[in-house]
Write a protein that binds this ligand. Structure first.
Ligand code: MLC
Ligand code: AMP
Length: 501
């Protein structure tokens, strides 16, 4: 049996291949047959490159249906998809390409001038471009290829994708996800969230992370549901398309922004059966406002790049604000104390997980992988939580020093190392402070060297030339010293208290 994820998805495409699979914001329609042929052509192109099996295909492009097809074609060809946030800049891309050693790099035409030299210097043999208007050398090269392609046979344990997630040391780690990890999670969610024929997913998430690429797209593809495809999240566009949709997935920032939109009301959601939130904590206040405005309860779920989806509030049962629900079927979740003993409600401890969707390890980082798994095979999520009496999990914090801003993860250590390298900076501490829109706002506290003058605006603009915009601190506070405890460790809690106001 071919355990290639694409084979599973394609099996579930509707019998009517002329039905609409994807409709774009600008009125283009893709049938299921179009999807099959477009992915076939790109898969034939990848096969013609004669890359070794399991080669990485690194992709940093704007959101488009063609970009989704490139993902599916990579699966079909038996290679490994490596999506990269379109906000990443040169040093960030250089690290990923050096670490993953992709055989193929696909970038936007606008970025080719700087990405191609990086890719070639790191040994990538092929660089293609893909724009969001379907132009670029990738589709030019694929155009003469055959539509038909026999999906390459893969085992469940074969790698399908590598998702880079930032590390506490400041170096990103590539989470290796197999065809089996992705297929099992897609299958569970298909049932758990009651995907059905006739569903229409309004897709407004980016497709370089688990949420938009796997959870959302797989859900629609697995159930043969149409997607309305938006190039990015824009609350007005979402409200405009909602009356033809039945499912929407978003990060909490998207729900906050929808609630700020006066036209978002009961009428706008009249055809909707399911709103799902994840990637960051959904405030109880947002959950309640949403229910008051629309009469619907957002279904909150919890997952990670390393594990895909782990827990979910129930479809039919009580969706509890402030909780991430119950473990999904087949997923083991435990809350443990420092000695690794399982805790019962309502004690607080570290969340550990295991199950068919949990990754096999970090790409070429066996020591890091060992550290993150317990001896008995549970993955340490770095999240801290507690059970309630009904078996619902609540995430109360994180043991990892991580900021989640608008659904994107930022590791303070990485930003601190850029700040510490700047002229006039003696040291720095980066923290997350509560933010109405982004949930948490990246905030820097920098200590000036004696005699130096530091300027907030200059620091921010210098960082903007080096790192993705979402990682750049929203505020930079210049101080003479950082608060430390008796051991000399910077007291980030103290800083959070000080700057939260
Ligand atoms: C953009 N900006 C952000 C930001 N996104 N700043 C902080 N946090 C963010 N998340 C900044 C840009 O750098 C820019 O700064 C300015 O905001 C406008 O940029 P934009 O691109 O126009 O932003 P916008 O479209 O408003 O984006 C906001 C957003 C987006 C919430 C729609 O961030 C988004 O799509 N988030 C979803 C992330 C996601 O999919 N996460 C899933 C991870 S998977 P300036 O200074 O230049 O103006 C995962 C597992 C799981 O976590 O469980 O799902
Ligand atoms: P990522 O590494 O981008 O996959 O982010 C995973 C992290 O996002 C998890 O470890 C959690 O800290 C956080 N996360 C995901 N979903 C939720 C949620 N519903 N509530 C709180 N945190 C979440």
């Amino acid at each position: 049996m071919n355990e290639n994820l694409y084979a599973l998805l394609a099996e579930r495409f509707p019998a009517d291949r002329e039905a609409c699979a994807i409709e774009t914001h600008d009125g283009r329609h893709w049938t299921w047959r179009d999807l099959d042929r477009a992915t076939g052509r790109v898969a034939n192109l990848l096969a013609s490159l004669k890359l070794p099996a399991g080669s990485r295909v690194a992709v940093q492009v704007d959101k488009s249906v063609e970009a989704l097809c490139l993902y599916l074609a990579t699966l079909r060809a038996g290679h490994v998809f490596l999506p990269l946030n379109s906000a990443y800049q040169q040093a960030e891309i250089d690290y990923f390409v050096e670490n993953a050693e992709p055989g193929v790099v696909v970038c936007t035409p606008g970025n080719r001038a700087w990405i191609e030299p990086i890719a070639k210097a790191r040994g990538a043999r092929h660089v293609f471009t893909l724009a969001d208007n379907a132009l670029g050398t990738l589709l030019d090269a694929a155009a003469p290829m055959k539509d038909a392609f026999r999906t390459v046979a893969r085992k469940a344990s074969d790698l399908a994708a590598i998702l880079y997630t930032s590390g506490t040391t400041g170096r990103s780690k590539g989470a290796m996800l197999s065809h089996g990890n992705l297929s099992s999670n897609a299958t569970v969610l298909d049932t758990y969230w009651r995907w059905r024929r006739g569903d229409v997913l309004l897709h407004a998430l980016p497709i370089f992370h688990v949420h938009g690429l796997f959870v959302a797209s797989h859900g629609a593809l697995m159930s043969g549901s149409k997607m309305i495809w938006l190039p990015k999240f824009d609350p007005r566009e979402v409200v405009r398309h909602l009356p033809r949709a039945s499912v929407f997935m978003g990060v909490p920032t998207m729900y906050v922004r929808l609630l700020d939109e006066p036209s978002f009301d009961v009428q706008a959601v009249r055809t909707m059966r399911l709103f799902i939130s994840g990637s960051a904590p959904l405030l109880t206040e947002t959950f309640r406002q949403f229910e008051a405005r629309t009469g619907q309860r957002i279904l909150e779920r919890y997952g990670m790049s390393e594990t895909i989806m782990l827990t979910s509030n129930p479809y039919d049962g009580n969706r509890m604000a402030g909780t991430v629900g119950l473990p999904l079927p087949g997923v083991g979740v435990r809350v443990v104390d420092d000695a690794g003993r399982a805790l019962a409600a309502p004690e607080i401890g570290s969340i550990q997980v295991r199950g068919p969707s949990v990754f096999s390890g970090y790409w070429r980082m066996p020591e890091k992988t060992m550290e993150e798994f317990t001896e008995d095979g549970w993955f340490r999520t770095g999240d801290v939580g507690r059970w309630d009496a009904n078996g619902y999990l609540t995430i109360v914090g994180r043991s990892k020093d991580l900021i989640i801003t608008g659904g994107y993860n930022v590791y303070p250590k990485e930003i601190e190392s850029y700040l510490d390298d700047m002229d006039g900076v003696a040291e720095s501490a980066v923290i997350g402070v509560p933010h109405r829109d982004f949930g948490e706002a990246v905030t820097a506290v920098v200590v000036r060297k004696p005699g130096a003058t530091l300027d907030e605006a200059a620091i921010v603009s210098a960082l903007k030339t080096r790192i993705a915009g979402f990682k750049v601190p929203k505020r930079v506070h210049v101080v003479d010293e950082l608060p430390r405890n008796a051991m000399g460790k910077v007291q980030k809690n103290e800083l959070r208290k000080r700057y939260s106001a």
